[in-house]
Unconditional design. Structure first.
Lengths: 289, 468
């Protein structure tokens, strides 16, 4: 009995903090959806107005389209590069080089996103930016990296991939190192090519890792805030305004907490459906044995 | 399973015992930390009367207030003054106002607040500031300063419905900074006070050198966002993005389109201005890569820091209507959430006095609201030769449009301006879209105020003590 109590006491701090900072806000947002609340005046009943506003909000569609494109491209390139880099550093090489490579690739993950985004902003500025200066030195025209609607999304994805693929590399590396070496040796004896070993050994055995990496990438990409906030502020216009940025704007700039809760619940619902869908689909391509 | 082996001070104990001792030690430390301090002994002096903590927040750099905080130790013995800086660099006054509202809503102690006219409407509408009239009435010396040493334009700018909501501290207008060395090199005469947009464009075309190389030199850069920066151009074409009472959009006025087209052409047609997005004009101006810029007096501080002296000032070029300069004032107000309003008023007076104004003037900051400081030689010393135009402009000043929902309107305009500067939307397309959004927000503001009044929520707010 004492051990049971001790167990509960040990998990209590984590449970209490999760309850206060996660469960309570989620429950509160379900209530706020039906309220008009500007953070200073007491909340007042607003019926279904916030929910009906969702269908009238012309910007919401644009913001969700931006978020969809960002999630797709960031997830794809983060995982692709993460896997390729993991396979690269998993090859036989002097350990000092391996450590240096791993550290260098993981370094952007350790640095604060805001400071990195400031540097990228400096590099990518259209007029007198470093990247455009170099492009013009080799005879190429300057690119409106952050000031054109189409290029701004490319820049935001590029920055996210550069910053986050190191993290996925570490996850994929752990997955790769768990694959028994004997399988590759047996395949080599059987005459399997390098490509065949990747196709028939690496990919199936790394599928649980990939499943985990893809899920956290999608959820992470859907919740991106600071990258875009510092790099483009959501602009130009609404070109890179993602859903979390939009929720922040509604809640903490327009002080319409009820509507902000309504929009954030749509994101919550979409993420739940997406994750369940992935679990369902994972039965077809994830191999645990 | 019990594992023996850990040894503290040579005594072997089980893991459970170790955990128990650790927990007891932690609890003991916690209790000791929470316990009241020991009573003073006969040799120790008795503690002095507890000071009242007053927290004042401002957008200005804290370093500027360090001399005031030192003086406060002597001059305000009963007050423990703390000055904090609330970030204004992200989102301008709209972002600053949002942060103040969020801090107050979060229960943070803010007794004294500096806010400019752009955010005053929001803070007053949210019942965050209390009127200062009673304090001025009870304090004839301060009332005299307010009425005789502060220009009526500045004083009235910080009034809402006839009530003085803030003690004016500093103000700004927007003038044109130009590099005198480059003007001389190019054989261009200094601009005259009555120069026109055509004169300005002619100068731009003469001084710009934009080829995409390291030696690029842009003629002029403008903010491209922010009501204050844009109004500098609108007002000189006898127009404004909002109507005179700041309650409706005026974006469909052809002069608004004409103004924006002129600015867009500087970027897209003549290529004499950079796209404002991501452009850092302070460093470029000081490095000689930018010949002209529009800014208030606070930009002198950057030049002082860089030791940059080859520049002078002139009024913005003019197109139509009476000559006007955009003006905005900030001041110190008392938060309705303060528990010690009398001490807060003492701090408001202290932070608005001559010494604080002189500190700001020396730092190259804004223009002091106190005429007596603005007329001191020190004001002219910390600026280029034509510094006098800063204070002169008050005679033809026009207040920056500052609706109650400034924090919503300003970002809408900025978002649509961006699509003009990058050439993705024509001026007409962007203005139609912006007009629709601004109109919807203005209607929402009116409807919200109507429903607030009809629902009797104003009375409720008074009852909760947040509507004084």
């Amino acid at each position: 009995m004492q051990e049971i109590v001790a167990g509960y006491l040990f998990i209590a701090p984590a449970f209490i903090s999760l309850f206060i900072f996660l469960v309570v806000p989620i429950l509160a947002s379900f209530v706020l959806v039906f309220m008009r609340y500007d953070v200073l005046s007491p909340p007042s009943w607003n019926g279904f107005e916030n929910l009906s506003q969702l269908s009238r909000d012309g910007r919401l569609q644009q913001v969700y389209w931006n978020t969809f494109r960002f999630v797709v491209f960031a997830t794809f390139f983060n995982n692709l590069l993460g896997l390729l880099l993991a396979m690269g550093v998993n090859r036989a090489m002097p350990s000092i080089i391996k450590y240096l490579l791993r550290t260098a690739l993981f370094f952007p993950v350790l640095t604060t996103t805001a400071s990195l985004a400031l540097v990228w902003n400096f590099l990518l500025t259209q007029d007198r930016g470093v990247v455009n200066y170099l492009l013009q030195q080799v005879g190429l025209p300057p690119v409106p990296w952050l000031s054109s609607s189409s290029w701004a999304m490319v820049s935001v994805v590029m920055f996210d991939v550069w910053r986050a693929c190191g993290f996925l590399m570490v996850i994929y590396l752990a997955g790769l190192q768990a694959i028994p070496e004997v399988l590759y040796e047996a395949a080599a004896i059987d005459g399997a090519s390098q490509l065949q070993r990747v196709r028939y050994i690496t990919l199936p055995l790394i599928s649980p890792t990939a499943f985990f990496a893809i899920i956290i990438s999608i959820i992470g990409a859907a919740q991106v805030f600071d990258n875009v906030w510092v790099l483009t502020g959501g602009g130009p216009g609404d070109a890179t305004r993602l859903i979390v940025l939009y929720v922040y704007e509604i809640g903490f700039k327009r002080f319409e907490m009820g509507y902000a809760a309504a929009v954030s619940l749509t994101l919550f619902a979409i993420l739940v459906v997406l994750t369940l869908l992935q679990f369902r689909l994972s039965r077809r391509w994830v191999h645990y044995d | 399973m019990s594992t023996r082996g850990e040894s503290i001070f040579g005594v072997a104990m089980s893991r459970r015992e170790l955990l128990r001792w650790t927990a007891m030690a932690s609890a003991g430390a916690l209790l000791a930390a929470c316990a009241p301090g020991a009573l003073p002994t006969a040799e120790e002096p008795a503690p002095s009367k507890a000071k009242v903590r007053i927290i004042a927040t401002t957008q200005m750099p804290i370093s500027q207030w360090e001399p005031a905080m030192k003086r406060a130790v002597e001059q305000l013995p009963d007050i423990d003054l703390m000055i904090t800086q609330t970030n204004i660099s992200e989102g301008g006054w709209a972002g600053y106002s949002d942060r103040i509202v969020t801090q107050i809503a979060g229960g943070e102690q803010l007794d004294v607040i500096m806010i400019a006219v752009e955010g005053l409407g929001l803070l007053t509408d949210k019942k965050i500031l209390m009127p200062l009239d009673d304090y001025f009435l009870a304090d004839p010396a301060e009332k005299e300063i307010l009425e005789t040493d502060i220009h009526p334009v500045l004083r009235e700018m910080l009034q809402v419905d006839g009530k003085q909501m803030e003690y004016p501290f500093s103000w700004n207008n927007m003038v044109l900074y130009y590099n005198t060395k480059i003007f001389e090199e190019e054989g261009i005469d200094p601009p005259s006070k009555d120069w026109t947009w055509e004169d300005f464009l002619e100068v731009c075309l003469k001084v710009a050198r934009v080829t995409g190389g390291a030696d690029d030199r842009y003629a002029y850069s403008f903010w491209g966002s922010g009501m204050f920066g844009m109004a500098a151009w609108y007002f000189n074409n006898d127009t404004s993005p909002l109507n005179d009472s700041w309650t409706a959009s005026n974006l469909m006025d052809p002069k608004v389109a004409e103004t924006l087209q002129f600015l867009a052409d500087l970027i897209l047609k003549y290529r004499v201005s950079p796209n404002p997005q991501g452009w850092e004009e302070w460093a470029q101006f000081h490095a000689g890569h930018l010949v002209m810029r529009t800014c208030g007096r606070w930009c002198i501080s950057g030049s002082l820091n860089e030791g940059f002296t080859t520049y002078d000032l002139q009024y913005q070029p003019h197109r139509s209507g009476p000559f006007k300069t955009v003006v905005g004032t900030d001041g110190w107000g008392i938060s309705t959430s303060t528990k010690t309003p009398d001490e807060a008023w003492t701090v408001v007076k202290f932070l608005s006095n001559k010494d604080a104004s002189i500190d700001m003037t020396k730092a190259g900051g804004n223009i002091p609201a106190l005429r007596s400081v603005a007329e001191m030689p020190i004001f002219a010393e910390y600026g280029p030769p034509n510094t006098a135009i800063f204070y002169e402009s008050l005679d033809f000043a026009k207040t920056v449009p500052s609706p109650k929902n400034f924090n919503i309107i300003d970002p809408i305009l900025n978002r649509h301006y961006q699509t003009i500067w990058n050439g993705e939307k024509s001026v007409e397309e962007a203005l139609i879209a912006a007009h629709a959004e601004v109109t919807a927000e203005m209607e929402k503001l009116q409807a919200g105020r109507a429903s607030f009044a009809s629902a009797g929520l104003g009375t409720l707010a008074m009852a909760c003590g947040c509507n004084q």
